[in-house]
Write a protein that binds this ligand. Structure first.
Ligand code: NAG
Ligand code: NAG
Ligand code: NAG
Ligand code: NAG
Length: 658
C-alpha cells in the first residue's frame, strides 16, 4: 500500500483504477484516522478530476460520519459534498445524518459551514417532521450570520448563497433582517446583494424598519445604489399588500426631493404598483404629473406615458400631456414610441373627440410610413385595422383588463433554484448559473440514421468532381459569377474578403481551390465538426456564413490520411430553415496531407423539416474512398438568415414559421 502512495503525482493516478479502489477500500477501515487520510487523498484526486470519483454507500456512511471529526477542512468539505448527494433511505436516516453533521455549522472555515448548510438543506427535503425542520432552520441561522462578519469578498460569496437559501427556506433568516442592513462603508457589491436579500425577507412585521433603511439609502451618493433602493421600496409595495400604502408615501416623499434620477426610478416602480393594485392609488397621479418635464430616461418616460394612457379618463388634460410627448415622436427610442402609440389609442377610445383623433392620425402615420422598426409598424397596423373596422372590439382588445402582476424580479425558477442549492459553496451558486452554463463540454459525434436523409442514399448529394481537370467553373450568369468568385477565395475560410473586391479577378484557373495551397485561415478558424480521429484522417470544419446577401457553407477539408480522397459529395438533412446545397460541392481531389477550403452556396426552404423549430443542421459527406460521414452542426447562427443590416429578408420572414 505504501508503495502505491509514493509512486507518482496524484493527477497521473486518477485513471489508475487499482489505486482508486485501494483508497476506496480504506474508507471502510476501522481506524478513523486511516479513513480521514484516505478521504484527504480522494479529495485531492477529485480536485484533478472532472468526474465524481467517490460515492457514499450505506456501508461507508457511518465510518465517514465518525471520521468527519478527524479530517482536514478540505476532507470535511469533500465528505459533506458527497453526503449532499447521498440518497438517504428514509426520513430517519436523513435525520441521523443531519444530526451528526450539525456540529460542522460551528466550524471556523466558511467553506465547511456552507457545505454543511448545503448538505442539511438537501437532506431536509426528506425529513417530514415539522419540528425537526423548524429546529434545523433555527440552527442554521447563527452560522450564516457569522459569515457576514468576514471580509467583504467572503461576505459577497455568503450573500449570493444566502440569496438562494432564503428563496427556498425564508424562515431560516426571517428574524435576522437587521444583519443585512447596509453599513456606510460596505463595498457597493455587498450593498447591492444585501438589498436584494432585504427585499426577500421583508414582511408585514418588519416593513417599517425596512422602509426607514431604504429611505436612507435613497439619499446616498452612489446613483446605482440609490436607484436600487427606490426600486426596492416599490417591490416591497408589490409584495406586501398591507404595506403598500406606506411604501407609496415613502416614494412620494422621495419624489418631492426632486432629485432627477430618484423621481424617474420612482415613476417606474409606481407604474408597477398601479398594475398590482388597479383603481387604488390613482390620487397620486397629480403629484407625478408635476415631474413630467424632468423625465429624460426612456424607461421612466415610457412608464409615465403608460400611466397617462391607462388613466386617460381621470386626467383632465391627458390629451395635452400626450401631445407634448408626441412632438418628439420620431426621435424617441422604440420603447417610448410603442408606449406613445398605445397610450394615444387608449386616449382616443376613451375620449373619441377631435383632438385625440388628430393625434392618432399623426401617430399612426409616424409609426407606419415613417419608421423602420417592425415592432412599431406591426403594432400600428394592427391598431389601424382594428380602429377602422370595429372600434368596439378595439376597445375589448386595447382596454382589456390586465392580469395583476406580482413581484417575481430576481426570483429563480424552482428547478433552477434546486440545482443551484445543490451547488452551494461552488462558483455556480455565486453566479446563480448552473455549472453547465459556464463549463463547456467537448462535443461528441453521433451517427445519424441514414433513413433520416431525404431521397435515400445518393440522390440528394451535391457532387464534386472526381478530378481537378473535370472541374469547370459554373456558367457565367451574374449570380454564378459571384459564386465562382466565392470559390476563388484561396484557401481562406471565414471571414472571406468582400466578394465585390474579387469580381475583377481572373477566376478561370482559380475557380476551384488549389489543393496544393496550404490553408492560411484569416480570422477565427472554422469549428471542427468531424475530427480527423473520427473521419479516418479526414477532418471537416464548417460554418454558415453570409457574404453579399447570400448564404454559404464555408468548409475546410483536411486530409490527414495516407490515401488520395476524391469524389466529395454533400447532403443536408431536413431542417427548420430548409437549408440545402444550392450548387455542387467543389472540392478537388485531396492528396494525403493537403487541405482545401470552399464556399458552398446554400439555398433556403428546400427541405423544411416539419418538427419544432431548432438550429440544428445535420450533414452527410461522402467520398469515393471512405464510408459516409455524418455530423451535426449545432451552432447555426441565426444571424446568417438576416441581411447584413440585421433585417430579415421579407420573403424569408414570410416563409419561416416560428
Ligand atoms: C410625425 O410626427 C411629427 C411630430 O409629431 C409630426 O410633425 C409629423 O407631421 C408626423 N408625420 C406624419 C407623416 O404624420
Ligand atoms: C445530432 O442530431 C440528432 C437529432 O437531433 C441528435 O439525436 C444527436 O444527438 C445529435 N448529435 C450530436 C453529436 O449532437
Ligand atoms: C458558435 O458560433 C459563434 C460565431 O457564429 C462563435 O463565436 C461561438 O464560439 C460558437 N460556439 C460554439 C460552441 O461553437
Ligand atoms: C488533418 C490535417 O490537417 N491534415 C493535413 C492535410 O493537409 C494539410 C496541408 O498540407 C496539413 O497541414 C494537414 O496537417
Amino acid at each position: 500500500m505504501t508503495e502505491i502512495f509514493h509512486c507518482s503525482p496524484v493527477h497521473e493516478l486518477v485513471d489508475d483504477r487499482g489505486f482508486l479502489e485501494a483508497l476506496r477500500d480504506l474508507i471502510s477501515d476501522n481506524n478513523p484516522m486511516v479513513v480521514a487520510n484516505a478521504v484527504a487523498a480522494l479529495a485531492e484526486i477529485q480536485e484533478n478530476s472532472t468526474r465524481p470519483i467517490f460515492e457514499i454507500t450505506s456501508q461507508t456512511l457511518s465510518k465517514l460520519l465518525t471520521a468527519l471529526n478527524e479530517c482536514t477542512e478540505w476532507g470535511q468539505v469533500f465528505i459533506l459534498d458527497a453526503l449532499s448527494k447521498y440518497k438517504a433511505a428514509d426520513a430517519r436516516e436523513a435525520e441521523n445524518i443531519v444530526e451528526r453533521v450539525t456540529p460542522r455549522l460551528q466550524h471556523a472555515n466558511c467553506a465547511v459551514v456552507l457545505s454543511a448548510v448545503k448538505m442539511i438543506l438537501l437532506q431536509m427535503e426528506l425529513i417530514t417532521s415539522t419540528d425537526v425542520v423548524r429546529n434545523l432552520c433555527k440552527k442554521m441561522a447563527p452560522p450564516l450570520v457569522t459569515l457576514l462578519s468576514a471580509e467583504p469578498e467572503i461576505q459577497y460569496v455568503a450573500l449570493r448563497n444566502i440569496n438562494l437559501i432564503v428563496q427556498k427556506r425564508p424562515t431560516i433568516l426571517a428574524h435576522e433582517i437587521k444583519v443585512f442592513f447596509c453599513k456606510y462603508n460596505d463595498p457597493i457589491y455587498v450593498k447591492m446583494e444585501k438589498l436584494e436579500i432585504m427585499i426577500k425577507l421583508a414582511s408585514d412585521r418588519n416593513i417599517d424598519q425596512v422602509l426607514l433603511e431604504f429611505k436612507e439609502y435613497a439619499t446616498e451618493v452612489d446613483v446605482d445604489f440609490v436607484r436600487k433602493a427606490v426600486r426596492a421600496i416599490g417591490r416591497c409595495a408589490i409584495k406586501l399588500e398591507r404595506a403598500a400604502e406606506r411604501c407609496i408615501s415613502v416614494l412620494l416623499e422621495l419624489i418631492k426631493i426632486k432629485v432627477n434620477y430618484v423621481v424617474q426610478e420612482a415613476i417606474i416602480v409606481i407604474k408597477d404598483i398601479f398594475r398590482r393594485y388597479p383603481n387604488t392609488y390613482e390620487s397620486i397621479i397629480a403629484t407625478l404629473c408635476e415631474s413630467l418635464d424632468t423625465l429624460d430616461e426612456p424607461e421612466a418616460k415610457a412608464s409615465m406615458i403608460w400611466i397617462i394612457g391607462e388613466y386617460a379618463e381621470r386626467i383632465d388634460n391627458a390629451d395635452e400631456l400626450l401631445e407634448s410627448f408626441l412632438e418628439t415622436f420620431p426621435e424617441e427610442p422604440p420603447q417610448v414610441q410603442l408606449q406613445l402609440l398605445t397610450a394615444t389609442v387608449k386616449l382616443f377610445l376613451k375620449k373619441p373627440t377631435e383632438g385625440p383623433q388628430q393625434m392618432i392620425q399623426v401617430v399612426l402615420n409616424n409609426a407606419t410610413v415613417e419608421t423602420d422598426n417592425p415592432d412599431l409598424r406591426d403594432r400600428a397596423y394592427i391598431y389601424w385595422r382594428l380602429l377602422s373596422t370595429d372600434p368596439e372590439s378595439a376597445k375589448d382588445v386595447v382596454l382589456a383588463e390586465k392580469p395583476v402582476i406580482s413581484d417575481d424580479s430576481n426570483q429563480l425558477d424552482p428547478s433552477l433554484l434546486d440545482e443551484l442549492l445543490a451547488n452551494i459553496a461552488t462558483l455556480s451558486s455565486v453566479y446563480h448559473k448552473p455549472p453547465d452554463a459556464f463549463v463547456t463540454h467537448v462535443k461528441t459525434i453521433q451517427k445519424i440514421e441514414e433513413e433520416d436523409f431525404p431521397e435515400g442514399s445518393e440522390g440528394g448529394y451535391s457532387e464534386s468532381p472526381s478530378h481537378a481537370a473535370d472541374a469547370s467553373p459554373p456558367p457565367t450568369t451574374a449570380s454564378s459569377a459571384q459564386y465562382a468568385a466565392a470559390q476563388a477565395v484561396p484557401a481562406a475560410p471565414a471571414p472571406v474578403p468582400d466578394l465585390l473586391d474579387l469580381m475583377g479577378m481572373d477566376n478561370n484557373n482559380n475557380a476551384i481551390v488549389s489543393a496544393d495551397q496550404p490553408a492560411t485561415p484569416a480570422g477565427p478558424p472554422l469549428p471542427v465538426l468531424l475530427p480527423a480521429s473520427t473521419g479516418q484522417g479526414l477532418q471537416i470544419s464548417a460554418q454558415l456564413v453570409r457574404r453579399d446577401g447570400q448564404i454559404f457553407y464555408s468548409m475546410l477539408f483536411e486530409n490527414n490520411s495516407q490515401i488520395l480522397l476524391d469524389g466529395f459529395m454533400i447532403q443536408f438533412n431536413k431542417n427548420t430553415f430548409g437549408l440545402a446545397a444550392g450548387g455542387p460541392l467543389q472540392v478537388p481531389p485531396l492528396q494525403p496531407r493537403t487541405s482545401a477550403s470552399t464556399l458552398l452556396p446554400m439555398v433556403l426552404f428546400q427541405n423544411i423539416s416539419p418538427g419544432p423549430p431548432n438550429t440544428l443542421l445535420q450533414v452527410a459527406v461522402k467520398n469515393n474512398q471512405q464510408p459516409v460521414w455524418y455530423f451535426n452542426d449545432s451552432n447555426v447562427s441565426l444571424l446568417v438568415f438576416f441581411t447584413e443590416e440585421g433585417r430579415m429578408e421579407r420573403s424569408a420572414f414570410l416563409e419561416v414559421k416560428f
